[in-house]
Design a protein around this ligand. Structure first.
Ligand code: NAP
Length: 267
């Protein structure tokens, strides 16, 4: 299959790496539209793809045109591509906040796929939620599933409303988890652990706990209760976290991100 990336930044490179590793497309069948000459050169040298300064040349002939630019660069890309996509092509956008209707109008094209990925896609451990317009045929839906599957877990939804919710939970989510990990490491140092040891303990604890929830299928609350012995150390710590309303703050934070995502989508 032929792919075109418009924007050759961090997220485009993550997806490109997954696609090439899974041999979904050959390097020669991948075009990148990217304004910076040194970035074009680096992508060509490292991956063997074709890189163009002209987005229209990059998009020409591709089955899927993947928009991986920042939201502020979307108007200029619309000006370049509007009306130039053929009925066989679909546009796949990973741009936060860009709604299906905005993309369809801006490109003058009805076949649109909207994806909300996250940064762990860089290590093929990402989470992507996606939806598409009815004009996207089965082969390109299957291709989208396969492409996103190369960089992690993907879930297709019919209703676009879930994209704002995923923005708040899984797309912004790595930042919440990094904040918690950082605090855990600092806490380890506070009680006397050397920093590198605190880092190893914190990271393995977060990784192991996540895998335990996934692999046992148990409710996190049940697994939490198994760690808490009456009158013990964990109960002491959890009492502080509850007292400081950490669970409620997490809900409030995710809801604030959700509301912001809706507002940004309204322009
Ligand atoms: N990072 C995340 O956590 C995350 C998660 C979900 C979704 N997203 C979305 O993914 C998109 C890309 O994010 P990113 O982190 O990969 O950004 P990035 O690294 O800044 O990549 C954007 C790339 O697009 C290039 N570009 C700028 N104007 C262009 C134009 N007119 N035509 C073609 N290319 C152009 C940029 O080049 P220059 O550097 O020269 O400007 C840059 O290489 C964003 O819309 C973001 O909302 C990101």
């Amino acid at each position: 299959m032929k792919l075109a990336f418009i924007g050759g930044g961090v997220m485009a490179e993550a997806i490109l790496g997954g696609v090439l590793a899974a041999k979904i497309a050959e390097p020669g069948a991948i075009h990148m539209g990217e304004p910076r000459p040194e970035r074009r050169q680096a992508l060509t040298k490292q991956y063997g793809v074709h890189a163009f300064s002209d987005n229209l040349m990059a998009a020409h002939d591709a089955d899927l045109v993947i928009l991986a630019i920042k939201p502020q660069d979307l108007p200029s890309v619309f000006r370049q591509l509007k009306g130039h996509l053929s009925p066989q092509q679909a546009a796949l956008s990973i741009i936060a906040g860009a709604k299906m209707s905005t993309l369809s109008q801006g490109l003058g094209h009805p076949a649109i796929i909207r994806v909300m990925p996250n940064t762990p896609a860089q290590i093929r451990c990402g989470m992507s939620l996606w939806t598409c317009s009815k004009e996207v045929g089965r082969p390109l839906r299957d291709a989208t599933k396969a492409i996103l599957g190369t960089v992690g877990v993907e879930i297709h939804v019919e209703d676009e409303k879930y994209l704002d919710m995923a923005t708040a939970l899984s797309a912004s989510g790595p930042a919440y988890v990094f904040l918690f990990i950082e605090a855990l490491i600092d806490a380890g140092v506070f009680v006397g652990l050397p920093r590198d040891m605190a880092r190893t303990l914190a990271l393995q604890t977060v990784l192991g706990s996540t895998r335990l929830v996934m692999e046992t299928g148990k409710h996190p609350g049940e697994l939490k209760d198994m760690v808490v012995s009456p009158g013990g150390t964990t109960a002491e710590a959890l009492q502080i976290l509850e007292h400081r309303a950490v669970p409620g703050a997490v809900v409030e934070a995710v809801n604030a991100a959700y509301q912001k995502s809706i507002k940004l989508g309204q322009g």
